[in-house]
Write a protein that binds this ligand. Structure first.
Ligand SMILES: *Cc1c(COP(=O)(O)O)cnc(C)c1O
Length: 404
């Protein structure tokens, strides 16, 4: 008997019912069913429009369905999509060159999801620790920060300080130490001769747009340099223009040893991530040590190349700095007893409330704005960087209404 594939969902309620019945419940989404999107706007199955103030956790900095990236996707899909790394393809070398030219990093190792890139960085740091720093076998340590978010694999949640990310998933990978975020003295104390790396988000996104004290990254980089420890920055969410610089570490003029990128690298069309580092570090990988069937595939690389060009040529980084400042000022001017603090950098803003943020996000949705709470009490405001001043004003009218 041929399998039956029904296709009957029509309205928001039908889709939610189906998803709740047949999909795993590992998310708690707002009840809006998106069917189509363009730039900063998304449209639900009822035809209602919303201003997207999450940008898929900063994976669509270039705006939804950017026409140039779309054209590249279609064009490349007609040529060749996947070769595997058993053979070479004509897009990967060009993406590596682009990333080198944008960051000054010697080498690129392409992966797909952010968590995979973090795993890759952890493997590179450990191998570097054994081969270059001569740490005794099996003893390498990596220092991370409390409140971190680096993804969802077992090794990555092994060093999370959030119980919800870990409960029921052990046994965990050893070899990590947690220090308070933004505390350079704690970093200095935590370093041992076996420390191979310090892994840090320049600004903690999932923790609620937490900005460390000025100078923290600079001091951390100096401590790493003095102790032969790799400074590894996870810029999967903070990078590619989100904070008003191409990468958030650039606010402090440091040069990290390892740079981890993902999310907006492919403008939301495709999962593309990468680890960038020096030849000394990525050179520890030899054929057979590490890999990925889809990592570095020609479709991913072509899309990422255009996504990077859009970011640079449309001056989205500068736009993030300028409009982010404007948005932050407007939000800070709101006088509301519900608001504890408004903080941010570029178009990455956290509104911390005295109470749960979920009901405010639901109220904003009713007003036509999509935001998502992070860590119960913070509303994250992170629209695609193509947002206009007029659209910010439009959003402000509605945010004021909900917050006051
Ligand atoms: C989203 C994110 C990740 C994980 O990326 P995935 O593509 O979801 O695996 C890692 N680090 C940071 C800082 C992130 O924001």
């Amino acid at each position: 008997m041929a399998p039956v594939m029904t296709d009957q969902a029509r309205n928001t309620r039908d889709f939610i019912e189906l998803e709740n019945r047949y999909g795993a419940h590992n998310y708690h989404p707002l009840d809006v069913v998106i069917e189509r999107a363009e730039g900063v706007w998304v449209f639900d199955v009822e035809g209602k429009s919303y201003l997207d103030c999450l940008a898929a956790y900063s994976a669509v900095n270039q705006g939804h369905c950017h026409p140039r990236v779309l054209a590249t996707l279609v064009e490349q899909a007609r040529k060749v999509t996947l070769t595997s790394r058993a053979f070479r393809n004509s897009q990967l070398p060009l993406l590596c060159q682009d990333l080198h030219e944008l960051t000054g990093m010697d080498m690129v190792l392409p992966m797909n999801s952010g968590a995979e890139a973090v795993e890759t960085a952890v493997k590179a740091a450990r191998k570097w620790g054994y081969q270059v720093k001569n740490i005794p076998d099996g003893q390498a340590e990596i220092i991370v920060c409390a409140g971190n978010f680096h993804g969802r694999t077992v090794t990555v949640v092994s060093f999370s300080s959030d119980q919800a990310y870990r409960d029921g998933f052990g046994p965990f990978t050893p070899g990590f130490r947690i220090i308070p975020f933004g505390d350079a003295q704690a970093l200095r104390k935590a370093v041992t001769p076996n420390t191979c790396a310090f892994l840090v988000e320049p600004i903690q996104g999932e923790a609620g747009i937490v900005i460390p004290p000025d100078g923290f990254l600079r001091e951390a980089a100096e401590i790493c340099r003095q102790n032969g420890v790799l400074m590894m920055v996870d810029e999967i969410q903070s990078g590619l223009g989100r904070t008003g610089k191409l990468f958030a570490y650039m606010h402090e003029g440091i040069q990290p040893d390892v740079l981890i990128v993902g999310k907006a690298l492919a403008a939301g069309f495709y999962p593309v991530s990468a680890v960038l580092a020096s030849t000394e570090i990525l050179g520890v990988f030899k054929p057979g040590d590490h890999g990925s069937t889809f990592g570095g595939n020609p479709l991913a690389c072509a899309v990422a190349r255009t996504a990077l060009r859009v970011l640079i040529e449309e001056k989205l980084v500068e736009r993030s700095a300028e409009l982010g400042k404007y948005f932050l000022e407007q939000l800070r001017a709101i006088r509301s007893s519900a608001v504890k603090e408004v903080r941010g950098r570029g178009l990455w803003i956290g509104i911390e409330l005295h109470k749960e943020a979920r009901s405010y996000c639901e109220a904003l949705k009713e007003q036509g704005i999509l935001c998502k709470e992070t860590h119960e009490r913070v509303i994250r405001v992170a629209p695609p960087l193509v947002i206009t001043r007029e659209e910010i004003d439009w959003a402000m009218d509605r945010i004021r209404k909900v917050l006051i």
